[in-house]
Design a protein around this ligand. Structure first.
Ligand code: 4AD
Ligand code: MG
Length: 430
């Protein structure tokens, strides 16, 4: 019977065959321990000389790291391993012998590992991070599908900027200028007027020369947009969504979180509602924490965000930022037009901003005024303004950065380990 490591619990006491790679190996004179991986998981295979015979045992001892094999054996319970099972190997067949695999069990520097990302992905830790990423993706679709959202795909090639606050990648579109999308939001607003509640999930590009543990040049963003929902309604969607994702990972990625040595107690607590703090109060808080040079009207940097996050053991919404430091499309607070109806969601444990969202301006005149203030004239904006001409309604939306969310939930330090092939300031390879 051919099966996979993820399915072995169904075959206790039975003999099965698994196609696998040899991740690592230890052996003595009489017994060899094969660390097998097959893509679905990791499992130990035990080869006993007395059972398998002299010749096969010698062959097992000589197997090289990352060689591929068909391994046959009996599945037995093993309470010490995270998987809970191991294999008593009765036979194996070498498919392909790997010679001098570059990533050995010893420590390697980050640059070396990044240069070998195409192989590094096979390692137990990287595998665990990608499985957590996959569960976040799966539970994202689940959440929005179960809550009446329609997925709409905005374009990647665009004629103009969506954020105004970040740098764009320029390219030629035949004889026109084009840019890689930095956010699908403006298109999602059009989609919300057609479908009510929508979400997108796709790659976005930012040509900022940022070199921090939170910045990628190419990253994936989930962008929901909701007609007839105000800012507070949107915050409720956000906290429900993030709670759902965290609880899904806890439930479905136990082995991976164990591999990553993630402190799951901190994640267990992540349940809606999340605390909210106004920008004004956050400035006060940061000042009290010793950053006395920050003034009202300035944006928070990473150390400020970490200081704010430390005051809570939940993700925290910082609401109502000054209009001047936020994007042109955010709706001013009617009671205090110098601030906007927006929030950033700051993850715990120093992972920083994972969501940016706001209620959007729905008034045509005010939007036109913002365009003038931000020098955003030109044909490319005409269609966006038209959304305010025909049945404009209150609407809100947000963008969640997938990689920062993966970093936080997995507990990995740097976003470069949260995407299969990271695009960084100095890296376009592999
Ligand atoms: O705050 P941002 O720039 O918001 C927008 O783009 C809005 N148009 C979204 C919307 O309302 N539809 O980006 C949203 C999130 C951030 O909170 C962060 O998690 C992530 O995207 N992000 C990045 N992640 C990795 N690398 C970068 N360079 C990122 N820039 C933003
Ligand atoms: Mg932001």
């Amino acid at each position: 019977m051919k099966t996979t490591i993820s399915e072995v619990s169904k075959y206790v006491g039975e003999e099965v065959t698994i196609g696998a790679w040899l991740a690592n190996k230890r052996s003595s004179g009489k017994i060899a321990f094969l660390q097998l991986r097959d893509g679905t998981g990791f499992m130990q295979g035990i080869v006993v000389k007395a059972d398998i015979g002299e010749e096969k045992f010698t062959e097992a001892k000589g197997l090289t790291q990352e060689s591929s094999l068909y391994v046959t054996g009996t599945i037995v319970e093993d309470t010490r391993s995270p998987l809970g099972f191991e294999m008593q190997v009765t036979d194996f067949e070498l498919i392909h012998e790997a010679v001098d695999y570059p990533i050995t069990p010893k420590e390697h520097g980050t640059e070396f590992l990044m240069d070998h990302r195409h192989l590094w992905l096979r390692s137990k830790r990287q595998h665990a991070v990608m499985k957590v990423r996959n569960e976040i993706i799966r539970s994202t679709y689940e959440f929005f599908n179960d809550n009446g959202y329609t997925k709409v795909d905005p374009p990647i090639l665009t004629g103009s900027s969506a954020e105004g606050t970040t740098e764009l990648f320029h390219t030629k579109y035949f004889d026109e200028d084009a840019y890689l999308s930095q956010s699908g939001q403006l298109y999602m607003e059009a989609a919300a007027m057609a479908f009510g509640k929508v979400f997108s999930f796709g790659p976005t590009f930012r040509a900022e020369k940022s070199k921090t543990r939170r910045h990628l040049i190419e990253f994936w963003m989930i962008e929901p947009e909701m007609a007839f929902m105000d800012h507070e309604d949107s915050l409720e969607v956000q906290e429900q969504y993030v709670s759902h994702v965290v609880q899904s990972v806890l439930q479905n990625c136990k082995i991976e979180l164990d591999t990553l040595e993630r402190d799951t107690e901190k994640l267990e607590k992540i349940k809606a509602p999340f605390p909210r703090i106004s920008y004004d109060d956050a400035i006060q808080l940061v000042k009290e924490k010793g950053f006395d040079d920050i003034e009202w009207g300035e944006d928070f940097g990473a150390p400020h965000e970490t200081a704010i996050a430390e005051a809570f053991d939940m993700p925290v919404f910082i609401t109502n930022y000054p209009a001047d430091i936020k994007a042109f499309y955010m709706k001013p607070d009617p009671k205090r037009p110098e601030v906007v109806l927006c929030a950033d969601l700051i993850a715990p444990e120093g992972y920083g901003e994972i969501i940016g969202g706001s209620q959007r301006i729905d008034d045509l005149e005010l939007m036109q005024q913002r365009y003038e203030e931000h020098d955003l004239t030109g044909d490319a904006y005409r269609w966006y303004l038209q959304l305010r001409e025909f049945g404009s309604v209150p609407h809100s939306g947000f963008g969640l950065g997938l990689e920062r969310t993966v970093a936080w939930i997995s507990g990995v330090e740097h976003v470069r380990e949260t995407i299969p092939f990271p695009r960084l300031l100095n890296r376009l390879y592999p």
